[in-house]
Design a protein around this ligand. Structure first.
Ligand SMILES: *Cc1c(COP(=O)(O)O)cnc(C)c1O
Length: 391
């Protein structure tokens, strides 16, 4: 008999009932060090007092009005994002997937408004992940996501990640946009080399195409900069964000230049909940904290510490681990044993990690993790490795 929850997930037998900073508490009282943050979401830790305050004061004032009325928190957060980035304008969504939908619509509308409606092809990369909607799975093209769900939304082509020649070849006839994660998350924590990202920008410029960056996972300070692409000096035309911006409250956004967004006039897009006052209260509190040089400098310092210790861990367990990759506090441990075994052994050692593609185990701690917690993570990962090897 089908369970009352549609069984699309294989869940670990853990019931967390409370969180505090980098710690999660199981119903049975066990305490786990959370190095997964609900997949890069609880950016400032669990039950962060600033975020709890922001959410509860808004909850006491007003939950929801819809986008038929002005929402002061939206203007405040949009202004903050515009001020801190390449963007001129922002649309708020409830998730990364919805941000992907709008990014795709915006690209199509842009070319249509510029008298080339036949330009629909969006180039995406093998191993990418942009969500689970029809557009997002069509972008990915991965068999495990698309099988049985055809006909797929047309207009997507995939090339090997970072293969600039393949992009050039695919873009030769007609290219509406390129969509890429500056650091692939689900694909296994794979940073796109700076030169490749610059080359993608150049190809878009040459073709009159738009560059969409998906910073849903790698954005919001996770890599040690507010947004991962900043390291290259280039900027996109459209950027999707979600996950960390809400700190655990469902929130996403599409950021765009005035040029890319010009066709998105009244009535062309909408959302009942997107930019709801509760989400805005939390989003503003997160942005206020993270868009700060001193905060980001701390993230970089701690990232250096964690990475150095992880390199030591790999050296200690050469039969279990192959190496460390990633940027900032978005790190992947490439495994030699099945990554699922490592994640499971981690549960027994009281540490939460997240599996990713290419047999990688992801570490995505809260950006507020303390030095002592980083040390504790290493103690627990060491235990994990010993157990995973025995498994
Ligand atoms: C998680 C993720 C998404 C989808 O976000 P949802 O909020 O799950 O819809 C899109 N892109 C990237 C890079 C992601 O990591």
């Amino acid at each position: 008999m089908i369970p009352s929850i549609l069984p699309t997930y294989s869940r670990a037998p853990l019931k967390f009932v409370r969180g505090e900073g980098s710690w999660l508490f199981e119903a049975d009282g066990r305490r786990f060090l959370d190095m997964g943050s609900g997949i890069a979401v609880t950016l400032l830790g669990h039950a962060n007092p600033t975020l709890v305050d922001a959410l509860t004061s808004q909850a006491n004032a007003l939950w929801h009005v819809s986008n038929l009325y002005e929402i002061p928190g939206q203007v405040e957060l949009a202004d903050r994002l515009v001020e801190a980035t390449f963007a001129d304008t922002v649309f708020f969504t409830n998730s990364g997937t919805e941000a992907c939908e709008l990014a795709v619509k915006m690209v199509r509308k842009y070319h249509c408004e510029n008298d080339r409606p036949e330009r629909v092809e969006i180039i995406a990369f093998d191993g990418c992940f942009h969500g689970r909607s029809s557009a997002a799975i069509a972008a990915s093209g991965a068999e495990k996501m698309v099988k049985g769900f055809g006909p797929l939304l047309p207009g997507f082509v995939q090339v090997p990640f970072g293969d600039i020649d393949a992009v050039r070849a695919a873009a030769a006839d007609s290219c509406a946009a390129i969509i890429v994660e500056p650091v692939q998350g689900e694909g296994g924590i794979v940073p796109l080399p700076d030169e490749s990202l610059k080359a993608l920008r150049q190809i878009c410029d040459d073709m009159g195409a738009l560059l969409i960056l998906d910073e849903v996972q790698c954005g919001m300070g996770r890599t040690g900069r507010l947004f991962a692409h900043e390291r290259t000096g280039i900027s996109p035309d459209i950027m999707m964000i979600a996950k960390g911006i809400g700190g655990g409250f469902p929130l996403g956004a599409v950021l765009a230049t005035e040029n890319a967004a010009a066709g998105m006039t009244v009535g062309t897009h909408g959302s009942t909940y997107g930019g709801n006052p509760l989400a805005m209260a939390v989003g503003n509190a997160v942005m206020k904290t993270v868009a700060d040089d001193a905060f980001l400098a701390e993230v970089n310092r701690k990232a250096g510490l964690l990475r150095q210790k992880l390199e030591g861990l790999v050296a200690e367990h050469p039969d279990v681990f192959e190496g460390i990759r990633g940027e900032g506090l978005m790190l992947g441990i490439k495994c030699k044993v099945p990554n699922a075994d490592v994640v499971k052994a981690g549960f027994d050692a009281g540490i939460i990690t997240v599996p990713a593609g290419d047999n990688v185990v992801r570490l995505l701690p809260a950006l507020t993790i303390g030095d002592d917690e980083i040390a504790e993570a290493l103690t627990r990962l060491d235990k994990t490795a010993t157990a995973a090897k025995a498994a």
